[in-house]
Design a protein around this ligand. Structure first.
Ligand SMILES: [Zn+2]
Length: 306
């Protein structure tokens, strides 16, 4: 188990290891933000861009140039993966699951990780830590300048400590107003922090929580347990719409995952409230407020969100 040799930097247990507290944003122009840290839509975009190149291919060789990622690269990646056929590339929360008959590689992009399909033998850069070479002459290359990503292994990924207590996927049918209302019963935490809790629902980061609450007209500080079913239903609709739009936007970048030596530029998002402090609300024109909630910048409209 990776617990045995954790990086000294990351002394948190798996259970909260990925509650990242920082996000780096680059302002491209006033109406756009470039996300540097992959959130759920970016991970899903990566999956869609990579899957056609690796599914049903046999792994011919694995090259690990840097073992010290968020946790040490699992030894099975080098020992068990070669010779295996990749049955599928799926996603659970922000984990990509490379499934084979021998087990599953669990890949997390961390804060700065990216994946590319390259021709085998393409010279590696200093941050290109792992290549999974395939029988079709291509390789899946994992680049991660800040090394907060991880590459682990499990016989059954859904029993892995990082995955087994996760809440439902936001785009699944099981995630609906009833579920959210029932789960929130008696909870005094703010609705925004509640949404960002991965045991409630996975993959709603700081940006998408602010955006969804704006669309649903719910104040981010409202107690989760005091929101009526009807409003929870609007919130679930808003979450699905916001994430769905972001995934659709990512579709335009799928070809960027193949070839070249740069990093796939995570797509620009048109955001309605996040990052727009003091700018006019797109609905009522009053200035957008910024507060810090759970140590995260939170944007909302005092007038539209109750
Ligand atoms: Zn407003």
């Amino acid at each position: 188990m990776p617990q045995a040799g954790r990086r000294p930097l990351s002394n948190k247990p798996f259970s909260d290891g990925f509650k990242l507290t920082a996000i780096t944003l680059i302002v491209c122009d006033p109406s756009h933000l470039c996300i540097e840290m992959p959130e759920l839509p970016e991970v899903e975009t990566s999956r869609r861009g990579i899957a056609p190149w690796i599914e049903n291919q046999e792994v011919s060789r694995v090259v690990v140039r840097q073992h010290n990622l968020r946790w040490p690269v699992a030894c099975e990646i080098e020992q068990k993966l070669p010779g295996q056929k990749i049955r599928s590339l799926s996603r659970r929360a922000k984990y990509l699951l490379i499934r084979t008959d021998a087990g599953t590689a669990i890949l997390h992009l961390g804060m700065s990780g990216s994946l590319r399909i390259i021709d085998t033998g393409t010279p590696a850069g200093v941050h290109d830590h792992v290549d999974i070479e395939l029988s079709n002459g291509k390789a899946l290359r994992f680049r991660d300048p800040r090394r907060f990503g991880s590459l682990l292994w499990a016989d059954d990924p859904f029993e892995h400590p990082l995955l087994r207590n996760l809440g439902p996927e936001p785009l699944d049918e099981a995630f609906d107003g009833d579920y959210l209302r029932q789960t929130a019963q008696g909870r005094r935490v703010s609705i925004k922090q509640f949404l960002m809790n991965a045991s409630v629902v996975v993959g709603i980061g700081n940006i998408y929580a602010s955006e969804s609450l704006f669309v649903a007209r719910i104040h981010p500080k409202r107690q989760a347990g005091r929101i009526a079913l009807r409003r929870m239903e609007s919130l679930v609709d808003a979450i699905k719409t916001v994430l769905g739009k972001a995934i659709d936007a990512g579709g335009t970048t799928l070809r960027d995952f193949h070839g070249g030596d740069g990093e796939p530029g995570y797509f620009q998002l048109q955001l309605e409230v996040y990052g727009r402090g003091d700018q006019p609300c797109l609905r009522c024109r009053r200035p957008i407020s910024v507060i810090v909630l759970g140590q995260r910048s939170t944007y909302y409209c005092k007038n539209c969100q109750r």
